[in-house]
Design a protein. Structure first.
Length: 681
């Protein structure tokens, strides 16, 4: 396969990259380079080309005026000339899009048989070029937004003309891309559907890796900081960010200044890009740097705060090593789309304090250690820093988080998962499931701890489905969202289903082209007598805790709680005249859904659509949110690992085998000659 990435902004070249040398030379360039170099190492990939803009700016480097640059085996950068020759900030690139589009189309025309099989566009300006290439040459398009313009708007704020145009481009890219690659649940489940609701069925959450290869040396970092700090033996609070307002670096200075216990315990180190001096950058960068100096001066923090002017990649590794010795890494941004530096720090063993807005709200809970803070609240930021610096068993928790970060965020894993997505869009609708009327059976199984939980069982299940798939309409019914269902299935190398019943039986997504499309008929059915706002209003002010915003769906309100909380919730809803079903599971979650929804209802709806009666349905699950379907179909399977909350079920087959092996055992028990699968969790 030949792959092309398009990324137009910033200074993109072979590593090492001087991040922060311009306002637009940031994390997205690390992402593109890491992705491309990992893909180039895959045996099935023939060539990876990164297309960026050519410009003449000797002060930034002669390489950026070079039309082609080899950065790794099977991986190169191609630079396109536009009407203007000088370096341009991101906002000024819009006027160059017509000439860049023409240059790309001419380049692709000349490539002939060496044209890419797929184009991956980064940001909406690149998507404009990629979509034009698809129209001319039929090359499918993947899109990664990195940062959506709508997230820059405050409550009730109207966008400027420039931002409005950007949002329009992003909306088009999300609506028209063959597939979308995103990094965080917040992006996939909140930001993207807010702009284009139908895009969620084509969105894939695939966590990126990081490219910090140099081993850090804390002693070198202390030497580097010796000219700034009175006592270099103290731990450090480290922040690394471009000097732009949205990174909220001044608030970090203020939080440090207002908490004397922080000053006594640690020094503050802020690496805010690269600068030759004051007043020599763009207006925003100069204003941010001046504001940082003002904060240090105003609060008399000289000797406690370091603001290095220059740094190398090795310096960053050294600073991470120093921060791992009793310090903390902080990202206080107003909104952080993902946060690659958070992953870099965590993989170096540094605990994290980060904004609760955006990707960090995924990352920190996944790592199991750190503090999420309100970026608009100085006291919240100071408290988060203090709590992590002084946390009991801090070193043990940091090592555990480091291990998880290294296992979870890896460019090789990203490349393999993205390769599967690319193969799907290149293949198109061919090879998908046979017509509805040819399917003979339907099996509904849980994903988590039913299909997953044992690698050998999952592998056997995938092999079995490969043999039986032509007469098997594979579906999953899960408490997870559509995007999370796809992520877990991919991570376990389980087949892509024909249908995904997601969010505890409130959404039916059917395979369509390279993605999934929401069933509008089922949505209209369950929407009757459903009022999510009324459910939330009834529960506001009570002791119940809502799950994160991305776990709240249009037809599902999700809480933390146990079965003992159900009677009080039911009584409140009944007293308020609000109709809903309450489904507890896993002894810690509660979902509230429409009265006509649920896994059984969704399975029955899908089976009827396929002309199947209930006796042609097999269901399998392991937890309380499977009780609905397990109790309503006669062919029900419980793997041996099923939770005790299902002990009361009668007339079910209780397998002696766990996870997917138990599912296959149950299928054999019911003697379904050509089983059909629906996975429900």
């Amino acid at each position: 396969m030949r792959i092309m990435h398009i990324s137009l902004g910033g200074c993109l070249s072979a590593p090492p990259v001087k991040y922060g040398m311009t306002e637009d030379t940031g994390g997205h360039i690390a992402y593109v380079l890491g992705a491309a170099m990992a893909q180039a190492k895959l045996p099935e990939v023939e060539e990876v080309t990164i297309v960026t803009r050519l410009f003449d700016a000797p002060e930034l480097g002669a390489v950026f005026a070079q039309a082609e640059e080899r950065i790794a085996p099977k991986c190169r950068v191609v630079r396109l000339a536009s009407d203007r020759a000088e370096y341009l900030e991101k906002g000024d690139l819009v006027g160059e899009l017509p000439s860049l589009q023409n240059a790309l189309l001419e380049t692709l025309e000349a490539m002939c048989a060496a044209r890419p099989d797929v184009i991956h566009a980064h940001f909406s300006d690149a998507a404009e070029l990629a979509l034009a290439a698809r129209e001319r040459f039929g090359v499918p398009v993947l899109y990664t937004a990195h940062s959506l313009g709508a997230e820059k708007l405050g409550p009730g704020e109207d966008p400027s003309a420039e931002l409005e145009a950007r949002i329009a481009r992003e909306t088009r890219a999300l609506a028209e891309a063959d597939a979308i690659i995103a990094s965080s649940r917040d992006e996939v489940e909140r930001q993207i559907p807010k702009l284009v609701p139908t895009a969620e069925g084509r969105a894939h959450r695939i966590g990126p890796g990081v490219c910090v290869e140099e081993k850090g040396d804390a002693a070198r970092a202390r030497q580097m900081l010796g000219g700034f700090l009175r006592d270099v033996s103290k731990p450090i609070i480290l922040a690394i960010a471009r000097p732009i307002r949205k990174k909220n670096l001044r608030r970090l200075v203020d939080a440090y200044a207002t908490d004397h216990s922080l000053q006594e315990r640690a020094n503050l180190v802020i690496v805010a890009g690269l600068r030759d001096g004051l007043g020599q950058g763009c207006s925003e960068r100069d204003a941010v740097i001046a504001d940082l100096f003002d904060g240090v001066d105003r609060h008399d923090l000289w000797g406690k705060v370091a603001l290095p002017r220059q740094h190398s990649a090795q310096d960053i590794s050294d600073l991470y090593a120093l921060a791992a010795e009793g310090g903390v890494f902080c990202n206080p941004a107003f909104h952080e789309p993902f946060g690659l530096t958070l992953i870099e720090a965590a993989q170096a063993g540094v605990p994290l304090v980060a904004t609760k807005s955006g990707g960090p709200s995924d990352i920190l809970p996944e790592l199991g250690f750190g503090a999420l803070i309100d970026p608009y609240d100085t006291a919240s930021l100071a408290r988060g820093l203090r709590d992590v610096l002084m946390a009991p068993e801090r070193e043990l928790a940091a090592r555990r988080a480091q291990r998880i970060a290294r296992q979870t965020y890896d460019w090789t894993a990203w490349a393999r998962r993205t390769q599967a997505v690319m193969e799907g869009v290149v293949r198109g609708p061919q090879g998908q499931s046979v017509a509805v009327h040819q399917h003979e059976h339907l099996l509904a199984c849980d994903i988590d701890n039913t299909l997953t939980g044992c690698r050998n069982g999952a592998r056997a299940f995938a092999q079995w489905l490969g043999r039986e798939g032509e007469r098997c309409a594979f579906t999953v019914a899960t408490g997870r969202s559509i995007a999370e269902a796809q992520r877990v299935l991919a991570e376990w190398d389980l087949p892509t289903p024909d249908t995904i019943i997601s969010s505890t039986g409130t959404e039916i997504w059917r395979r369509s082209g390279s993605g999934f499309t929401l069933c509008k008929e089922y949505a209209a059915l369950i929407a009757q007598e459903w009022d999510a706002a009324a459910v939330r209003a009834v529960l506001e002010g009570t002791t119940v805790r809502f799950q994160p915003v991305y776990d709240q769906r249009r037809w599902k309100v999700s809480l933390f709680g146990t079965i003992s909380d159900v009677p009080a919730i039911k009584a409140r809803l009944h007293q308020a005249g609000v109709l809903a079903r309450i489904i507890p599971s896993h002894e810690k979650f509660i979902d509230i859904i429409p009265v006509q929804a649920g896994k059984a209802a969704a399975i029955r709806f899908e089976a009827a659509r396929r002309g199947m009666s209930d006796d042609r349905v097999i269901v399998a699950g392991d937890s309380g949110n499977d009780l609905d379907m397990l109790s309503r179909f006669e062919n029900a399977v419980l793997p041996a690992n099923a939770l005790t909350e299902l002990d009361g079920l009668a007339s079910v087959y209780r397998s002696s085998l766990k996870h997917a092996a138990g599912v296959l055992d149950g299928v054999q028990y019911y003697r379904a000659p050509q089983p059909m699968l629906m996975a429900g969790e």
